[in-house]
Design a protein around this ligand. Sequence first.
Ligand code: SF4
Ligand code: SF4
Length: 271
Amino acid sequence: MCDFCSRHGRGNRWYLNPENFSEKLLEDPKRVKTLEKVAGWGIEYYIDFTSRVTDLVDWPVIGKAVKALVNRLAPNEHGGQVVSLEDALQLLSYARDFVLLPCACRKLVGHREDMVCLNFGPVKELQRRFFPEGTMEELSLEEARKVLLECDERGHFHQVLYAKVPFPICICNCDARYCTSLKQRLANGVEVAILKGHEVCAADPDICRFCSEPLCLSRCRFGALNYDPEAGRVHVDPSRCFGCGLCRSACFRGALSLVPRDEVPAAAGLW
Ligand code: SF4
Ligand code: SF4
């Protein structure tokens, strides 16, 4: 169980606790301020801000201090955690007012305009207030579910974002090539930019017979799957696995599954 679940999960994962989607949480002026800041940034500001922080973190001396500061301040403010498709679908049933917005990371890194950021709750109204002319697509619950399923099929992993823990506001359908949160974590060591999910991949050694073209390897964007030549099977490195679950659908034999992170000693406690 991660720290967020201990504090806000009531025995469940924090983002699956219906209380955390409640309007009551919007009575907290600090949360409203965070939401307004995040929504009011807009893509251009986000891109500018992210580029500046990334530059600072890359500096040899000051970078260490910036990293430590972000790791200390960000966890409760605004960040995300990887979730499986199943959890992402379930959490939608607690949310309201679904809207699709363009992905800021894809625009920043790939100069693409992809409508894949699935926002909900107060975001729709905030977008209308701050960017009345901006691109936004309203969705029903069924349409929102469809977006998740399609993104999963395309190999985009799901990340739930919060605006002041424990208030979920968005599921990003991330492409690891462009995801700035992932870059902050993997390349710059800012761990809180994106927390690992609650599960890790397990490969059934009795089912996996290493394929001539193992799609599972290319599906994993976290370097958690390797070929074990001695065993002639795929090997999972649980310490690298983010628990996105994308590899599962690539294995036509059904050799891969997700198991609770806490039950795998090499991954337990690694968030
Ligand atoms: S091994 Fe599978 S579940 Fe783990 S990070 Fe890679 S694709 Fe995701
Ligand atoms: S896990 Fe599945 S897709 Fe990957 S090598 Fe084994 S059998 Fe092939």
